[in-house]
Write a protein that binds this ligand. Sequence first.
Ligand code: TRP
Length: 369
Amino acid sequence: MTTSLATTPPAGPSAVSDELGVPAAQRRSAALEKLIREHPERFRVLTGDRPTGRLHLGHYFGTLHNRVRLQDLGVEMMVLIADYQVLTDRDVADRLTGHVEDLVLDYLAVGVDPERSTVFAHSAIPALNQLLLPFLSLISVAELGRNPTVKDEIAHSRQSAVSGLMFTYPAHQAADILFCKANLVPVGQDQLPHLELTRTIARRFNNRYGDVGNPVFPEPEALLSAAPLLLGTDGTKMSKSRGNAIALAATADETARLIRGAKTDPDPHITYDPATRPEVSSLVLLAALCLDRDPHQVAGDIGGRGAGALKATVTEAVNGYLAPIRARRSQLAQDRGYIRRVLHDGNERATAIAETTLMEVRAAMKALY
Ligand code: TRP
């Protein structure tokens, strides 16, 4: 992407972001970006998603695009499908296989290359999961209970009781990251507490069991990207469950219908002003991202022609941008055997890495019998 304005500027200081160490993480991320360009071979990235259904444009411009960029820069990529993390959600768990395969399809369609990136599901990697036990011994119940992201998810969950899996998932996430000794984790701000816990676990493990000067685990760093804030077509957070998201796999007609129904405002003069005109600006931004143009210029071109012209521009831009991705996706969808093979190969590669790490962990703990 060549435009600099097509992404929202990093969030300014606020009580919440300060508490999470966001400004420091942003400064460090800028330095990391430079290092990545100079020495991509020094990094192993782990990223992943919960398999909750088809990915949408919010995911695409928020993270997928960035992963493919890192992959293409030559960074080694581990792409995790966090299927254990969705077991607490009954609706998702009932259709898990389909969701996992959809996720693999979306990854491949946007350009994740299974030759260069390892796509795997954590439930298929026994040695990864075994790391959870020693890791849980290194953190307290109070530490888990303080995690702001878990607190938030518990508050918003529809479950009547919090499961042990839900409560401990940040420790499981540490296993996701440390099993392959990833040193870089591209995340959104909400995932920073989990990364902090991962670093704590790595440090405590090294201190307790490692040799001085020869740590078992690296302390992975967060790579915060200035992800654009795309709203759903109703002006609230884009999310599949709200029916306001444009799926990568949607047809051109479905896309046109969703955009036609998108919320705007009564001012027919189109401008890009996210603070005062969030709905119109999000549409302008979406077109700008797809066209790789500056959002102010996109808005300027539409000028006084109103919301109808804006929506026509957005529809054309989105459908044009997604056309090759969708074509590739539907071609790949013909061959479920290939999708399963990609996952199977990824699981094998991840298993080999996890088994090596687990042996090191057991050796460090003097638990090799
Ligand atoms: N919790 C992440 C999410 O909800 C998914 C995830 C699981 C993850 N394990 C991870 C992300 C490890 C980064 C690293 O999106």
